[in-house]
Design a binder for this molecule. Sequence first.
Ligand code: FAD
Length: 545
Amino acid sequence: MFLAKALLFGRLELLLRCGIKPACHKKTPNHLEAFMSAAPLAESCSNALLEALLPAEAYRQAVDQADLAISITDPKARILFANEAFSRVTGYGVQEIIGQNESVLSNSSTPDPLYQTMWGELAAQRPWSGRLLNRRKNGEVYLAEVSITPVIDANGKTTHFLGMHRDVTELHRLERVVSNQKQLIETVIDAAPVAFALLDPSGRVILDNQEYKKLVTDLRVKEPAHHLLDSLVPIWRQALATHPDDCTFVSRESRVDRQAGRARWLSVTSSRIDIHNDCAGSYFCANGQPGLLLVIADITGLRDEQERTRGAVLQAGLAEEERTAAIREGLSAAIFRLEEPMNVMASAVNLLQRRDPAAADVLQQALSASRDHLEALRQVIPASPQEILVSVNLNEILRDVLEVSTRRLLAAGIVVDWQPVPMLPAMPGRPFQLRMLFKALVDNAIEAMNIKGWKRRELVLSSEVKNGCILISVVDSGPGIPDQWRYKAFEPFFTAKGGSGRHLGTGLSRAQQVVADHGGMIDLEESPSGGCAVLVEFRVDGDPI
Ligand code: FAD
């Protein structure tokens, strides 16, 4: 703008130098008057006076010495003035270029429509800027960033054009190198078999690759990077700005449960990356702000293999525990049932004590012997397994249970609908006991539906998080549980399955014990299909509900 004004101020001088008489020249005794009469810009007198204090010679020298190729043309692009830089860039001497058309600089490879647009803008008295391919006097081609401004007189007529241009060949080369490199990097990143996501200091994903985009559709989450960070470093949003190194880690594994399809296991590495702000205000800041680069590898296949092995071990462990539990409960049931006649015997001893002390004595001895045997029996009851509290994910526990129950479910023709919440927080728990608990519930559901002729056989397992609690529901489409048994069902040795002896009636009481040990609650309800819905609830922090 300063240069444009300067040129306007000094244009009389320049036109004179070029041997052209502007219309106002005869009437203008000095440069100030010429300026005042010709330039509408000079309507502000105080500004004009101030600027007039600078001699026109200063403007001329400024333009001459400016490190930018400047030319002034007539309306047909005939050059009337060119400065030293113009001469340096184009290779034409100032004197030899005067009178030539700007088209002398044109290299035939600039597309015609570009010139048409340029002239269209200039004809509409609007400035134009763009890149043109120019040719120096020595034939060398260079890329010019050109800016042309029409000079309009007081009558609204375009009298001249002011052209400014600079050689941007090197800049263009560097831009191309950068863009080629960017394309190359993007191609390599896109072809990589792992997903990448680059997060800026505010946590926004600013760069990703094809694999990452596949994750978005596959996991059906808006931003898998956030999802994974939430599960691996819950405080990452706060930490990124203040303690970015707390958000960095190597090969942490995260499991994402999907509503449709198998769960996916992802190995995530997060590294800090300093990102420089591109706003003008940060131009002089040498330091960047911390961002994160996430490299996400799908290790589902590997984990599946491990899971299969683990599943086999688990199945053996659960089967062993089931056998032991059956012995434990069988003995407990036997003791429970034996205690009844022994209590009757104890009452009889009391009664006989006065009437027939000898008979009472014999009975007492038999009773004592029985008590000893009962005590011996109690001693051989296998102890319950001792487990310490660890951090457990109930989705994993439920999946384990489904895994070990697959054969039975298939044999009974039961369709399983597994609806896990994608990211379930871990809770303190005893994994073995919890597996036994949910296995007992699934076993009950299978038995409830595995009735001859029963048509609807559906098992819905779901997990959700609500108000700091984890809710698990095991819903079957069996005949359901009568209302009067809703609470009784939790009593030890209660069974609704007849006295075949196969059912001890300890499954739900044991389940309730495990739930209580974890500070949770268990409830039986009628499912929408009329079957039984078992609802289990735990607090995420492990505190009692
Ligand atoms: P030309 O015959 O000059 O014109 C090409 C197209 O532009 C045609 O479609 C024609 O209709 C249209 N056109 C030409 N002159 C006018 C006009 N006066 N009014 C309306 N339309 C017109 N060109 C460069 O290649 N490099 C430069 O650095 C450069 N700097 C310029 C600086 C100034 C101040 C001005 C005014 C023009 C500049 N030009 C520059 C444009 C130049 O004048 C030529 O138009 C261009 O070089 C094409 O030249 P040509 O001989 O190939 O075609």
